[in-house]
Design a protein around this ligand. Sequence first.
Ligand code: SF4
Length: 495
Amino acid sequence: MTLIATDAKHYRLLPFRFMRMNTGHHRDILLTSDTGEYMHVNDAQLRALSYFDVQASTPFYKDLLARHFIYEPGRHDPFPEMAAQYRSRKDFLFQGPALHLFVVTLRCNHTCQYCQVSRAPLGGAGHDLSEADAQAAVDRLFESNAPALTVEFQGGEPLLAFERVRQIVEWVVDRNVVEQRDIQFVITTTLHHLTEEILDFAEQNRIQFSTSLDGPAPLHNANRPTPSRDSYERTVKGIQWVRERLGHDAVSALTTLTSRSLEQPEAIIDEYVNQGFSSISLRPLSPYGFATKSAHRLDYPIERYLAFYKRALAYLLHVNQQGVYLSESYTSLLLKNILTPFSSGYVDLRSPAGAGTAALVYNYDGYVYPSDEARMLLEMGEDGLRLGTVQQPLSELLASPVMNALLASGVAEALPGCSDCALVPYCGADPVEHYARQGDPIGHRVFSSFCEKNMGLLKHLFGLLCDGDDNVQRVLLAWLNRRSYNDVRFPGYRG
Ligand code: SF4
């Protein structure tokens, strides 16, 4: 009642969410708007805002007005500007799937216990994508209206089926003479099966390589066993070879974090510095494929991962302040969501969910999945998340019952738990992960490791953005803008 009576005074509230951050900071409450603007406020400020008691002459009032937490009826109309901001943040909705993953084979020479795709043995028959299905997948690719398309080859080990990779690249290049899309090719590989011929072809077609590097040799080789026990040595040799032939940035690397990795963040980061990478991805283990079968040995609680992440991030911030550029990729995506009017567009951090709308997976058996995680569920004996076969048109695949179910449970702003969470403008909905972990694509956020991870990381980053010293802020801005630390002279924006 009081709210309405005093509302008539000079301002009205726009929709916002708030959350106590428990950082011990005097401005411990995070306010966020639907359009992703944010402010750190104290209890008295939140109370004054809610009771229409903020004085118009104060800087706090002007901040609230500028960031669309309040407006002055009759004096200005905030809605056209907010609509434009909202449209920018959800801009990814205006185009079809841009990431197309071709699983050309399940065969692999590794026997990683946490392997997410349940590889087949090297000589295993019936585990390669057929020519007819590959051709149909290229048709599906061009049925998407996305102006920029990424064609990523996965496995198994895709270089074991290089002839199929070559065919697909040639078909795509030929067709693109007419289509005129911006095409990026990526091969996700251990680099163990590289040859001069493969590198020649990669050079001609500007193919990028993405490999797995879990850390220094003892850790990498323990995580990724091969019969010859030299996975690290062969991968590092492959990295050097690609760089010599195609340039330093033609290869990037990803880590998989096992329980034993969590004890050595500094050693993992030092390895990436020594190998000259500019980005590291510190992602937790997924609950799919073999990982779940070995979960009792390999899995770990997310709180352990969060402790690892905080220690790793502190070390990364220190390393960057010494003049080495090495960003953490998930942190950079979250920073983009927090500090810019745009979404990173990253599949797991989209709402509506990115599975199927942003990415499609053409499996070796001719079936199409909405994400890599969905096809990994297949290897666990679960085929419920199939969109259809590669022979069906894209419009039919995207109108499939599975796609409808994913979209119905994939709007974070409408999900229980997320709908009133202050972090929802920067987070995502991941119905596939919730289906995998909880048997329900909507899921329950209180028991959700997706939520625990994103909430932990976002709160930590908001803490650094609010409280971190100038040098920490400069590193975070350098990652956001992909500039060197020394180029970012001033710490920039604080909410
Ligand atoms: S998943 Fe968790 S952190 Fe993300 S918006 Fe939902 S409740 Fe918030």
